[in-house]
Design a protein. Structure first.
Length: 447
């Protein structure tokens, strides 16, 4: 009897214990889920930047559609798990401005031709990763202050600001930013082009641009995203592929953004299809007509040594059979006329050109005297060596400060004669040099 009672008591205790475990199971489950959720929340808070910067897809419960976060340790970019998200209307507008700018400019280091389709899509794919296609973005996460579509840091950022300010201060215009990229590819970043050449696959073009132009660190590479971005934009602009590649076969040609697919650059100037001239932009036109650097073969007065675009422009805008094609005044006049900035600019002779700019204060602001310093100059300024010895354009790049031709020495190219300009002599009391700066109200198109 006692044995039976003991067994019953033991069985009752076991049943009671099982019942308690069953009742406590929901509580254990709730506690476990709470701990797991807390852990995941902490992990995401700690690792979000690490995952993004290393191209690891993750779920962020704090993300809201339309918001942005810091990625790559530097710039604002969409927190969308990569480039699969559809582009916004603003991004498409900026991307279209990039396409129009590159298809409208021949690049001397690209054989004098515009970039081809894969080159342009590779650039846009990289830019999306760098700046989310936001031309006004300023990096704040790590304190570099990188600016714009390609995230320029110093000293390139200050050089871009000087370039943009010379165009009226349009620092956030995507067209102006891409024009400066073109200038870099022709000058300070010319070493990129032997690698970033026409005919590359989209994959190779994207990686080459990332490695040679952006030169990002390992933590901000995100190469898979850059490739996916490029593929997305290639699909977006596929209807323009044949046209872009056709233009890329033509040496030093430009196209108008008018009538192109998509929206043109907000506030940007228009390109002209006329002999690589850039409407309303004398410095960009001068660079199109001039070789990007001095070489022995350019130190010639033979027309065959001049850039083909300049040869064509002279025939149309400044045909002078009895004047040397390397005359400095003829080069400046051809640029002024072809760009449309001043079609009445005297065709030749520095003396007459100096008299002309002084006689038209509605078109030109005149700076002169021995107090004019290098820091006073702006890209696109017309430099006149006193008294009337030489005329050129100020380029604004250290070591490549001016764009000029020389009657007895060379065809147009980017040179470094600024030291002679700043120290040119003359009769006692005469101005050391003269600067003629185009006024916006003086543009031919605004008369």
């Amino acid at each position: 009897m006692n044995l039976f009672r003991t067994r019953n008591q033991r069985s009752a205790r076991h049943s009671h214990s099982r019942a308690r475990r069953i009742k406590l199971l929901p509580l254990f489950t709730a506690v476990f889920m709470l701990i797991t959720a807390s852990y995941n929340s902490v992990a995401l808070a700690i690792d979000r930047d690490f995952y993004s910067g290393n191209d690891i897809m993750f779920y962020d419960p704090k993300f809201k559609k339309g918001s942005s976060c810091k990625t790559n340790g530097s710039s604002d970019a969409p927190s969308s798990g990569g480039s699969s998200a559809a582009a916004s209307a603003d991004q498409k507008q900026v991307a279209t401005a990039i396409v129009d700018t590159f298809t409208g400019h021949g690049i001397s280091t690209n054989g004098g031709k515009p970039l081809d389709f894969n080159q342009i899509m590779a650039i846009i794919g990289n830019i999306e990763q760098e700046s989310a296609l936001n031309p006004s973005i300023v990096e704040t996460a790590v304190g570099t202050g990188a600016f714009g579509l390609v995230q320029w840091t110093e000293p390139r950022k200050s050089k871009f600001f000087a370039f943009a300010d010379g165009k009226g201060g349009q620092r956030t215009d995507p067209k102006v930013q891409m024009e400066y990229v073109i200038q870099e590819l022709e000058t300070t970043e010319a070493a990129v082009m032997p690698h970033f050449k026409q005919g590359l696959s989209l994959h190779d073009a994207t990686l080459t641009w990332a490695q040679k132009f952006e030169r990002m660190g390992a933590a901000e590479a995100a190469l898979a995203k850059r490739l996916a971005n490029a593929e997305k934009w290639a699909e977006t602009f596929k209807d323009r592929k044949d046209d872009i590649n056709k233009k890329a076969e033509q040496q030093t040609t430009s196209s108008s953004t008018d009538g192109s697919d998509g929206a043109s650059s907000p506030g940007g100037s228009k390109c002209s299809s006329d002999n690589a001239a850039i409407s309303g932009d004398i410095l960009a036109t001068a660079r199109q007509f001039a070789w990007p650097e001095e070489k022995p073969e350019y130190n010639s007065t033979s027309i065959s040594a001049a850039k083909p675009a300049y040869q064509e422009a002279m025939k149309k805008h400044n045909e002078l059979a009895d004047v040397n094609i390397t005359d400095c005044g003829r080069f400046v006049s051809t640029v002024m006329r072809a760009s449309g900035v001043d079609k009445d600019f005297p065709p030749v002779t520095t003396t007459k050109q100096d008299e002309y700019v002084r006689a038209h204060p509605e078109k030109y602001e005149i700076l002169e005297g021995r107090d004019v310093s290098y820091s006073d100059l702006k890209p696109g300024d017309i430099l006149i060596w006193g008294p009337y010895q030489h005329i050129a354009f100020f380029n604004g790049e250290s070591g490549k400060d001016d764009v000029d031709a020389s009657y007895t020495q060379h065809v147009p190219y980017v040179s470094n004669n600024i030291q002679y300009f700043m120290n040119s002599g003359g009769p006692a009391g005469a101005p050391l040099h003269t600067v003629a700066r185009v006024k916006k109200s003086g543009l031919t198109e605004n008369k």
